[in-house]
Ligand binder design. Structure first.
Ligand code: SF4
Ligand code: SF4
Length: 390
């Protein structure tokens, strides 16, 4: 073993050694499922990282490709009987890969720069709305229909201060899915909560930057988020952001994904919602199911108002993966293809007309699935629940 490798020295040796090469994670890895090749599996990637770190293998283009096509969905972690902390392994590797190819990442860096500068993102969103009217925005760009004018987020009625929460509005979620914020506020008000809007003061949470391997930028963004003295719970309706903000606020605030929060009020929701006698398929975002362990909650919540239909794919990723669908479009499209095939299979196995919606609690999954050829309405769970209020 050589000790002269300049690569991957930030990866903890103990984390690598936890992997016993059993291969039980393979069926849970979306990139392994579409390629069938070990180097696109968690086990294969861990072995490559170990070999490169130890200097037994060069960091070739093929190795970089294998590592960079990991979606970081973390489907492998709950499946691993040895408890391999795969996120600890892949995260510094992605950071190093992207530091080394700074110039190649310029378009992605620019895109994420826009995302984290809200006035710029809003300006771009307005321009997009005009092009959407002219039907000049291709579906593959994954941008939902956005209005030219932003509606104010209204929180009424103002209820008690004892029942007050902060709604984290974020970046893309606020610019492109403001309707989900409106629906979230309506539901929270219906449960008796006053809602304080986090707004531009909090800005973007940096999750997309972190996921893309731009760790320094992510840390800077996360460091700039104010730690307010108000100790109200922070509610987040984007699965990727709630996973990230739980780390950012771990010492100061309780952060809950909206599904987690609503689940705490499920008995009240049983009284507030009607059953619509429609079927909904749940597509579970990886950052909800694998990273935060929130799965049953969404099923039970949507089950109040709908007949819930589950996919039979163990929560495999849809391919969106933060900015993954932009940086690795080929792999992302292949992974999405499997997801769409499973959704289609399930719909056809029931009866083509009886499933009305697919529901997913993450903006990336919503937009990536909506930009596919599938012909079904795709909605955030909060929107479907809000529509089901008595
Ligand atoms: S990551 Fe876990 S499940 Fe996968 S091969 Fe290693 S020990 Fe086995
Ligand atoms: S994080 Fe997802 S894509 Fe990456 S190795 Fe694990 S299961 Fe595969």
């Amino acid at each position: 073993m050589s000790i002269s490798s300049p690569h991957f020295q930030f990866v903890n040796e103990e984390d690598l050694n936890t992997c016993v090469n059993c291969g039980l994670c393979l069926p849970h890895c979306p990139t392994y499922r579409v390629t069938g090749e070990d180097i696109y599996s968690p086990r294969g990637r861990i072995n490559l990282i170990r070999s490169v770190k130890h200097g037994d293998m060069e960091l070739t283009k093929e190795v970089v490709n294998s590592l960079d096509t990991c979606i970081q969905c973390m489907g492998c972690e709950p499946a691993c009987p040895s408890g391999v902390q795969y996120h600890n392994i892949i995260s510094p590797v992605k950071t190093e890969i992207h530091q080394r190819r700074y110039w190649r990442d310029i378009p992605l860096r620019f895109g994420l720069y826009v995302v984290s500068h809200l006035p710029l993102l809003r300006l771009l969103t307005r321009i997009i709305s005009v092009f959407q009217v002219l039907k000049a925005v291709p579906k593959r760009l994954q941008i939902p229909r956005v209005p030219f004018r932003r509606q104010q987020l209204l929180n009424y009625p103002h209820l008690s201060r004892e029942k007050e929460v902060i709604l984290f509005t974020g970046c893309v979620m606020d610019a492109w899915y403001r309707n989900v914020h409106e629906d979230t506020i309506t539901l929270l008000n219906a449960l008796g909560y006053s809602v304080v809007i986090s707004g531009d003061e909090y800005g973007c949470c940096g999750a997309l930057h972190e996921h893309a391997g731009f760790t320094k930028t992510a840390e800077k963004i996360q460091g700039n988020i104010p730690r307010s003295t108000d100790n109200a719970t922070i509610i987040v309706n984007s699965a990727g952001c709630s996973a990230s903000l739980k780390k950012t606020f771990k010492d100061s605030h309780e952060v809950l994904d909206i599904n987690e929060f609503l689940y705490r009020h499920i008995s009240d929701l049983h009284k507030l919602l009607i059953h619509r006698k429609e079927k909904v398929i749940i597509q579970e975002p990886c950052h909800l199911r694998h990273v935060q362990g929130i799965s049953l909650e969404v099923t039970e919540l949507l089950g109040i108002a709908f007949d819930v239909v589950q996919l039979d794919d163990d929560g495999l990723c849809c391919g969106a993966g933060g900015s993954f669908s932009f940086s690795q479009p080929e792999m992302a499209n292949a992974v999405r293809g499997r997801k769409i095939a499973e959704i289609t299979r399930v719909i056809e196995s029931i009866s083509p007309d009886s499933v009305r919606y697919v529901s997913s609690a993450n903006p990336g999954c919503l937009s990536f699935l909506s930009s596919s050829a599938i012909n079904i309405e795709i909605q955030h769970p909060v929107t479907l629940l809000k529509q089901s209020l008595r």
